[in-house]
Write a protein that binds this ligand. Structure first.
Ligand code: PSU
Ligand code: MN
Length: 310
């Protein structure tokens, strides 16, 4: 038997392959938000809207998933429909990737595993509404999202509306600072909180100019840093939720999760669904809106980046 390590099987959609070949701007997107973030059929409609938003920004979307023993970079419409409607497709974070690839089953990539795929594919930009982070009570539970650890390893610029509201956003910012991950608020002052416009924390940096941002991203990597580069953009005023409206619901959800013994990879989904239920779906609708906002900004920044670097 040969001791050679097999190459990582990457399968590109036609459109993404061409865009990368021609050096056009591409924005990677996760698929776990389709399978675990929203209910059917909102998830399918949102995935399409998010792809359209990337295009509106001027880039090509590449939604990432695992299927048939390969990492798929660019899902077809039929893929999206299948992932959205088929129950039981597992959440695949970075550590799960080799297992799902080896077994050949389908898997929905989180922010972390999508970054692994993006870097392998040579995609420099990624968009998500709310990244994972340090969970509330992590001092006891040790629950820190693999998304944060992956940021320390993948050279990808990540556009997001901050981290999910269910997390401890102060500790999440501390973690990013400790691990030398740049955090820049684009045309805003504060680190946002997913569907709330501010976390109450000021972002470490503010940049308003797309070309400056593009140069900062390149310079970060030129300096030898192996990390991601976070760019935040807040939810639009019209789509935003007042943090007072969700605060109590989040606190109750965190208590209920502890009572029900929910931990590990199922916790984030449990908390998000509990808040959606407590707000009569308002938080889910805000989630859909902010996904599109981030995607459009990512499309614009990725396009500006590819022009600036030409
Ligand atoms: N559940 C949702 N929406 C999401 C996620 C879960 O309702 O967006 C996700 C994202 O895929 C993110 C991941 O990368 O959860 C982080 O999970 P964890 O906190 O277990 O690391
Ligand atoms: Mn976790």
């Amino acid at each position: 038997m040969s001791a050679a390590v097999p190459p990582v099987p990457l399968v590109y959609s036609e459109e993404v392959r061409e865009a990368l070949h021609e050096g056009r701007a591409v924005v990677a997107l996760e698929s776990n938000v389709i399978t675990h973030g929203l209910p059917y059929p909102d998830n399918a409609a949102t995935a399409r809207k998010v792809e359209a938003a990337v295009r509106a920004g001027g880039a090509v979307p590449a939604t990432v998933c695992v299927d048939g023993g390969a990492i798929r970079v660019g899902m077809t419409d039929a893929d999206i429909e299948r992932f959205a409607s088929l129950p039981g497709i597992p959440k695949v974070s970075s550590r799960d990737l080799p297992l799902v690839l080896a077994s050949g089953g389908p898997g929905a990539t989180t922010v972390a595993s999508s970054l692994v795929a993006a870097e392998l594919a040579g995609i420099r930009w990624f968009s998500s509404a709310g990244i994972g982070g340090v969970h509330r009570g992590a001092q006891e539970t040790f629950d820190v999202s693999s998304d944060l650890i992956q940021f320390t390893r993948s050279r990808v610029a990540v556009v997001c509306a901050g981290a999910k509201m269910i997390l401890d956003l102060g500790l999440t910012l501390e973690y990013l600072e400790t691990h030398c991950v740049p955090v820049v608020a684009y045309r805003s002052d504060d680190f946002p909180a997913f569907y709330c416009r501010t976390s109450g924390h000021r972002a470490p940096h503010r940049v308003d100019d797309e070309a400056v941002l593009a140069r900062a991203v390149e310079t970060h990597w030129a300096l030898g840093s192996p990390t991601s580069f976070l760019v935040t953009t807040p939810v639009r005023e019209a789509d935003a939720i007042d943090s007072a409206e969700v605060d109590a619901a989040i606190r109750e959800a965190v208590t209920a999760a502890a009572r029900d013994g929910v931990f590990g990879q199922g916790l984030t989904k449990y908390l998000m669904r509990a808040v959606d239920a407590a707000t009569d779906g308002r938080s889910a609708r805000a989630n859909m809106a902010v996904l599109a906002t981030c995607a459009e900004t990512a499309g614009r920044l990725a396009a500006a980046h590819s022009t600036t670097m030409r």
